[in-house]
Design a protein. Structure first.
Length: 365
């Protein structure tokens, strides 16, 4: 809504959370620039808050595209609900010397919100060499959004924490130095983030996550039939709890823990350099499983009725131990460092290679 001079007209102030916010209702053809506010609120401890809100219609839109600068971080919370609009709460939290400085810095953080094709674009803009860079000031941006169920999310930011609660259709995030929590995605998940902790829950379809120097956790995953769950990490642990399908896991110098896994008719690979592997397989139906690591223990628990060919090998300093499985072996292929054999009809394949002083423990339950 605009006045006779063409300026954005603001609706009455309403209370939201810690502060009153200004709600501006925009048509889909309008471009919204959200910047300064004369309502700087004092939170105490040298912290100030500038809070605003917008409600945007969703005609012709099916997702959010968020981009941010490298010199600003914060938090993004998105909840998917049954709604025909997008509600956006914007909180700029500034730990600076005075309310005047807070108001000045508020003007340096702009949000450009407008439809771009079939998505709602949110472009966070700050100047290069912003005044808070290289100081002990704390400047954060918090975005809280409510979007329709089944929307797509596409983010490219740095230093942000994401808490995303679906149902969503596709989620794509490129980030660094942050944290990503995503729940309830139906078609595709693609996360790329160095120094970024990643946690996925109730995800289906094409699933890929890569990080380094942080943790990577997946719970309740059903990857697409033609593609494995793909998790890549460096110097950070990987945990998967409950999966139906196939997986591709890689890390180094950090443990791999895989629980409640059902491998069905596909090839799964677990690779770790100086990484221990603990894996529990509930179902192994005509699948192929390869595990490779070095100088670390490998423990694989499989169903006692396993039907698979076995190829187990360790280096000269390693040991192989099997328990609870009827393995048919040839005498010349059974030793402390090598086991070749068959369980049941041999429908699948388990190939484990532990280089160096690795140990292999294969247990049937």
């Amino acid at each position: 809504m605009r006045d006779m001079a063409g300026h954005l007209k603001l609706l009455p102030i309403v209370g939201v959370g810690l502060a009153a916010v200004i709600i501006a209702c925009l048509s889909m053809s309008e471009l919204s620039a959200v910047s300064s506010s004369d309502r700087v609120q004092t939170l105490g401890g040298g912290r100030y808050l500038v809070a605003e809100a917008q409600t945007v219609g969703t005609d012709g839109l099916n997702g959010i595209r968020l981009t941010g600068p490298p010199n600003l971080g914060g938090q993004v919370i998105i909840n998917a609900e049954s709604t025909d609009s997008v509600m956006i709460e914007i909180n700029k939290i500034l730990r600076v010397g005075s309310a005047q400085i807070a108001e000045e810095l508020d003007k340096e953080i702009e949000l450009l919100i407008r439809p771009v094709g079939s998505v709602l674009g949110i472009d966070v803009q700050t100047p290069r060499g912003a005044r808070w860079e290289g100081t002990d000031w704390g400047v954060r941006l918090e975005l809280i959004l409510t979007v329709p169920k089944g929307w797509n999310l596409d983010f490219d930011t740095r230093h942000f924490e994401f808490d995303l609660n679906g149902p969503f259709q596709d989620v794509s995030i490129r980030t660094e130095f942050g944290r990503v929590n995503v729940a309830d995605v139906s078609r595709q998940v693609d996360i790329r983030g160095n120094y970024t902790g990643i946690e996925l829950e109730d995800v289906r379809g094409r699933i890929s996550a890569r990080t380094a120097y942080s943790d990577l956790t997946v719970r309740h995953a059903i990857p697409a039939a033609d593609e494995p769950l793909e998790l890549m990490n460096s110097f950070g642990p990987i945990v998967v709890n409950e999966l139906v399908g196939a997986l591709l896991i890689e890390t180094e110098s950090a443990p791999i823990t895989l629980k409640e896994i059902s491998l069905v008719g596909a090839t799964s690979r677990v690779y770790g350099d100086n990484s221990s592997v603990q894996m529990t397989v509930n179902e192994f139906g005509r699948a192929r499983l390869e595990i490779k690591t070095s100088h670390s223990p490998i423990k694989l628990v499989v169903p006692e009725y396993l039907s698979a060919r076995l190829s187990l090998a360790v280096g000269s300093g390693g040991v192989i131990h099997t328990e609870g499985l009827p393995i048919q072996t040839h005498r010349n292929l059974l030793s402390q460092h090598r086991v070749e054999g068959v369980c049941g009809a041999g429908d699948g394949l388990i190939d484990i290679n532990g280089a160096g002083a690795a140990t292999i423990e294969l247990v049937g339950r």
